[in-house]
Design a protein around this ligand. Structure first.
Ligand code: AMP
Ligand code: GLY
Length: 425
């Protein structure tokens, strides 16, 4: 009998995971909660929200799920891994305590400070007046961050003291992020080039995935507000083999040791968002899951059966698997709804998906999509993650935009310059 697998989530990252897991000869049946229109082509979508842990648990018990794979951070921060394991269910994703690395910026910063892991200097406050007094005594630029989860929106770079004070008001007095803003972190502003560094780990062995780079700003040339990510590519040439060794030695191994010393082994995908300046990596944030959209180009390059890797991690046997990657670069361009990252409408029919899927070496991962009367319609801010590979990064870029240019809906927008940093090198 083959395996029954459940994926939790319904974005582009989860479509990439589902697409790859569905290719595993070990898998008989694949479910996804809640999934999307693209995921529905490879999995049975179940309409349960990723935050509804009790319903997910009942579903997993009833359907004899052999492996649950968690995409987003919220269910992890709610303790889905602990609750499933208590029930005897096999699950890929860290415990609630290990997830504090992402769900509490103060927790992450304190671990880094204690263990000498390079990151921006910081101070933390639960009292808004104290935060403001501190900011008035510091030179800008600074970065003000809500302590808790805020879907990437709780981070405010401040060029002036007035902006820093306004950010503290929004987080701590206007409670824009609810409880996530009970405490703030005030950080020194780092400059350099950002990169995403993701590792597989079972708490004993830690193995880096190839490097990748996200594009957070909504417009070309990194203009406009931050988003969940407008595109990604892998590998990111800023991370040379020498730099990868430095990142492992100064960040990832010390972090693993620090977690183990606290009795919090980490099982899952451990993601360090880095700022790199003059060959020196510093941590901006940790995430306790795969990146979105970084997962799309990364999974496109993974040759090994993903189920082998995930199972090895849940069993604490990651050292036993050899992981192989396609050397060809991959690029993912996010196509977003008009207005995103601000307000946008849903339910618009998407044209050209079949034409795009005929472009060789390209694939359209769905993010916010749904099926309405047999037609794929938009159902979120980030709607599609068109992904392609090539023998060179330039070739991958040409192919990905060929596919992107086949697709259209009312108000769609996307960046034209994804992976420009790789080209400029
Ligand atoms: P975070 O969610 O903490 O990674 O922050 C989101 C984005 O804000 C990062 O990807 C950076 O672009 C920016 N950022 C965060 N912290 C800093 C910092 N200390 N200095 C400069 N930019 C930062
Ligand atoms: N791409 C950034 C993230 O997944 O948090």
């Amino acid at each position: 009998m083959g395996l029954t697998v459940l994926i939790v989530g319904g974005g582009g990252r989860e479509h990439a995971l589902a697409w790859k897991i569905a290719q595993s000869p070990q898998v008989d049946k694949l479910f996804c909660a809640p999934g999307n229109a693209g995921i529905a082509e490879v999995a049975e979508c179940v309409s349960v929200a990723p935050e509804d842990i009790q319903s997910l648990k009942s579903f997993a018990v009833k359907n004899r799920i052999d492996l649950t794979v968690v995409g987003p951070e919220v269910p992890l921060s709610l303790g889905i891994a602990d609750i499933f394991e208590k029930e005897g269910l096999n699950i890929f994703g860290p415990s609630q305590r290990a997830s504090l690395l992402e769900s509490s910026k103060i927790f992450a910063k304190e671990i880094m400070r204690e263990h000498g892991i390079p990151t921006a200097d910081f101070a933390q406050f639960i009292n808004p007046a104290a935060a403001k007094a501190y900011v008035k005594n510091k030179n800008c630029p600074l970065v003000i961050k809500a302590d808790g989860l805020a879907a990437g929106k709780g981070v405010f770079p401040a060029q002036t003291t007035a902006e820093a004070l306004a950010a503290i008001d929004r987080i701590m007095l206007q409670h824009e992020f609810g409880d996530a803003g009970t405490a703030v972190v005030v950080e020194d502003f780092l400059t350099g080039e950002e990169a995403s560094f993701i590792c597989f780990t079972d708490g004993i062995t830690i193995i880096p995935l190839p490097s990748s780079q996200d594009h957070k700003r909504v417009f070309d040339d990194d203009e406009g507000p931050n988003t969940g990510g407008m595109g990604a590519y892998s590998p990111a040439p800023v991370i040379t083999p020498q730099l990868e060794a430095i990142i492992m030695r100064t960040i990832m191994y010390p972090l693993m040791q620090a977690l183990n010393a606290r009795g919090i082994p980490f099982k899952g995908a451990l993601y360090a968002g880095l700022m790199i300046e003059d060959g020196c990596p510093r941590v901006l944030e940790f995430n306790v899951r795969f990146g979105d959209p970084e997962t799309q180009p990364l999974i496109f390059r993974l040759k090994t059966d993903l189920v082998d890797i995930l199972q090895a991690i849940t069993r604490g046997r990651l050292a036993d698997v050899a992981i192989a990657w396609d050397p060809r670069p991959s690029v993912c361009v996010v196509m977003a709804a008009g207005g995103y990252p601000g307000n946008y409408v849903k339910g618009l029919p998407i044209a050209g998906l079949a034409e795009a899927s005929r472009i060789p070496e390209a694939f359209v991962f769905h993010a916010g999509t749904a099926l309405k009367d047999g037609q794929v319609v938009s159902a979120g801010g980030r709607v599609l993650g068109v992904t392609a590979r090539g023998n060179t990064i330039a070739e991958a870029i040409t192919t990905v935009y060929q596919a992107v240019d086949k697709i259209h809906w009312d108000g769609v927008h996307f960046r034209r310059d994804i992976a420009y940093r790789a080209i400029n090198r």
